[in-house]
Write a protein that binds this ligand. Sequence first.
Ligand code: FEO
Ligand code: CA
Ligand code: CA
Ligand code: CA
Length: 639
Amino acid sequence: MNQPDHFDPEDHPELEQTDFDRLTAKGINRRNFLRGGASVMGLFLAATPLAQAVAAATQPTPSKLIGFKAVAASTADTFVVPEGYVAQPLISWGDPILKGAPAFDESGTQNAAAQAGQFGDNTDGMSLFPLDQDRALLAVNNEYTNQEYLFAHQGKQALTADEVKKSQAAHGVSIFEIRRNAKGEWQLDSNSTYNRRITAYTPMDLTGPAAGHALMQTAADPKGTRALGTFNNCANGQTPWGTYLTCEENFHKYFASPEDEFDVELPARETRYGLKSGNRDYQWYRHDERFDLSKHPNEPHRFGWVVEIDPMDPTATPKKRTALGRFKHENAALTIDPSGHVVVYLGDDERGEHLYKFVSKDTYNPNDQAANRDLLEDGTLYVARFSANDGEIKGQGEWIELSHGTNGLTAANGFADQAEVLIFAREAATQVGATTMDRPEWVAVHPDNKAVFCTLTNNKNRGKDGQPVGGPNPRAKNNYGQIVRWWPHKASHVDNRFDWDLFAIAGNPTVQDGLYAGSANINADNMFNSPDGIGFDDAGRLWIQTDGKYSNSGEFAGMGNNQMLCADPATGEIRRFATGPIACEITGLTFSPDQRTVFIGVQHPGEKGTPSHFPAGGNSKPRSTIMMVQRTDGGVIGS
Ligand code: FEO
Ligand code: CA
Ligand code: CA
Ligand code: CA
């Protein structure tokens, strides 16, 4: 990569690191400039291109798109929305969605059968599918569980067989109908025949180039075409042909070997995905042999995929789409290119991993949705390589094809066929020289279909371990994160060239100088860390959710709890829209078709026993909850 070459501290031993940070600031503000003295002045001129590059891209001017009054940072155990807005819980972990399922009981003693009929834990990505004016389906990911709340023993004991099953039933996807009442509020319809739970043991088809491959075959499925379940479903996607995409992220945490195999080393291909024999996170291996690595080394190859689900047919078998590659998927941002090809942008959320693009082989037919059903079955996967203009935090990039036989993806380099390229997509990305990124989380395509945004949430390892500082990852030990934006050449998502900049560099201007203070559109009133969930509404407002540090002290002073913000892509302005309760992450968003309701996920309030009683208050157990947010005047959200 072509690194910005100004102000390498090694070239300027006379300067302290803090001077370096100041000089590469968006700010190079007057205060620092005056304080810096003569030697700094000499370097000021050289610093200018980099400083301008960031400032020019993000200098905010007042937005006409955003109409609400910003909310302040908060450390309260509540969900705060702007004046003129109301927020109320729609559904919480454990609420019954299938007929006959019991009401939530916070003792932690409810069994697997009860959980299998209830809303799963840790709400995450979600999509809304309209049925008619006042009815819709919500498809929602249930990413993981908080053992400290799931079980009466708080996960401190070896799990029983029923407890493993309960844990598996709390994962996956929940699909349920919502109806709008006379007051215009949406409510769960727990009697709807559409309602469905998909869990870590629901049968699903493996499809695409890796299906049936020897590396996908197991004792229970010698053909390698039928997996059981999906779990650690992080974020999501939605297709114009009416299906839901759920993305498998940290699947490695569910596999382990028994105690006598605890120290067995796994091949590098497996450890690249975080798999390890001595993992004790979820204990599923104790009662579900599939998760015992010593017995079933191929089982993990059947996870880490994007899964396509038809929410309109509760009997439909979900399909794992192996053409989209295997990694720790965040979301699947799908767009229809002007050429008709389906393009899906995909982040791999791990420090130093990569950003991907899938292009379908066939084209979308808006007049025949049935014909579009298998467009994700076959296509080409690409990975991003960024380069930077000298002295600027912007530049160009290219998508490099991950097809067997091209770009060194050959048997000689360890890839026997296309299935191996896809199953070990991370290795393939390294082979072709992809850029290591600061944890790519969600991708969102602007409604004008010309610009694409991706959150790079943070990366404490930037600057070490083959992860050079530069390009879209401009800070060592990046604790705040940034949002990269790119424009495909000629507004064509199938073109393999793009231009990029950073839409926002999160930081803390009240305690930091330099790049760590953030870009010009970050200030004391809107600062945040670790951008994660993002999405556009129909009008083109960019909504940003955070999964960051909520200590509200030190380098995170003044940021408060995790939050949701609204940005105007044209002006760069960012305004805080909502703040979450204690120790939660805000993740998952979807709008009603009229844009007058937004559903927002509050994930794991009170995680790891941090005191929270959200949403019920009093002495209640905290529960992941989807909030329904509306305006008291019935207006469009955000306007
Ligand atoms: Fe499940 Fe990368 O967040
Ligand atoms: Ca996330
Ligand atoms: Ca995150
Ligand atoms: Ca999370």
